[in-house]
Design a protein around this ligand. Structure first.
Ligand code: AKB
Length: 312
């Protein structure tokens, strides 16, 4: 049985990932760690600041981990507000996690993002291997991270794996500080107020994915036969691409009076404009069988249903 340590376990992805991993591998085989404690969350938990390399090593060793899933990081919009802090946290945390994985011979996963692309990247059907000159601190962190993970595999044989996540949508834990977060907020506001003011302009396409597909992708990639992986660390994966008025139209099928307005935030709009419209996930499909169950229609039904129950 695997013994998995997760950093950033109370974040948007981590909080749901830990539940899924515990369902599959058993509660006691998944150690959740984060910089703060949430008393509502059960199971093995330890406080960990990922910039503290010694504590990360000690926790992984004591737990007897064979796998490290490193999720702790600042998202794009927050990183832009404080670039030096983002560099220190995102790169320092990643280096520590890679070193711990090398020292303890752990299988390793960390997410990259569509943020690893930039304005000179082909915007449509963005290839797996292409020009990457991001213009945000977050994107620079992600490209450097992809390269470091490749390096730890080729240089030290660490079994590093990863995907480039699109915007992730979930009704469980709200995201914090991302550019794609509007696509989560819009569902909350639709249920709570019947209207939403979007900080992303009409016509701005970005890749997205419903959280259950993102979690399954992590499990599938970590379970995949390593000998079949050619890319290992930065697989493009996407389930859908849409712009704000399309998600509003989809919501209107269930809440006919729903209204969308626009009050564009120049910082997040600039980030969104530098990212692809739609990426090509074919390498992930071919190398480890990536598939997504949810499109915009199916996701909207589930999101609205779950949020209505939550706010009832
Ligand atoms: C963000 O918007 O920063 C993230 C991402 C796409 O990496 N959701």
């Amino acid at each position: 049985m695997k013994k998995i340590m997760v950093t950033g376990a109370l974040g948007q992805i981590g909080s749901e990932l830990v539940v899924k991993l515990r369902d599959i591998y058993g509660e006691d085989n998944v150690l959740s760690t984060d910089i703060r404690k949430d008393t509502n969350v059960g199971g093995p938990f330890e406080i960990l600041d990922v910039t503290d390399a010694d504590r990360m090593y000690e926790l992984a060793k004591q737990f007897g981990a064979d796998t490290l899933i490193h999720m702790a990081a600042l998202l794009s919009a927050t990183a832009e507000k404080n670039p030096l802090f983002a560099w220190n946290l995102n790169m320092g945390g990643l280096m520590n996690a890679l070193e711990v994985s090398r020292e303890l011979d752990l299988q390793f996963f960390t997410p990259s993002s569509i943020g690893a692309f930039g304005p000179t990247t082909p915007k449509d059907n963005t290839p797996q291997d292409t020009l990457q000159r991001p213009t945000t601190m977050y994107g620079i962190n992600k490209v450097a991270g992809e390269l470091l993970c490749d390096y730890y595999y080729t240089r030290f044989g660490v079994d590093t794996r990863g995907v480039r996540f699109p915007g992730l949508i979930s009704y469980v834990t709200p995201p914090g500080g991302g550019t794609t977060d509007y696509a989560v907020d819009i569902y909350y506001k639709a249920v709570e107020n019947g209207s939403y003011t979007s900080y992303i302009a009409e016509g701005t396409y970005m890749d997205m994915m419903y959280m259950p597909d993102a979690l399954q992708a992590i499990v599938d990639l970590m379970e995949a036969d390593g000998s079949k992986l050619k890319h290992r660390n930065a697989f493009n994966i996407s389930a859908m691409s849409f712009e704000p008025s399309q998600i509003a139209d989809e919501i209107r099928k269930h809440i006919p009076s729903f209204k969308i307005r626009y009050d564009v935030d120049p910082v997040r709009q600039k980030i969104a404009d530098s990212w692809p419209n739609a990426i090509d996930s074919s390498a992930a499909v071919e190398e480890w069988g990536f598939k997504a169950e949810f499109d915009l229609e199916k996701m909207t039904i589930d999101m609205l249903d779950k949020l209505k129950q939550k706010f009832r």
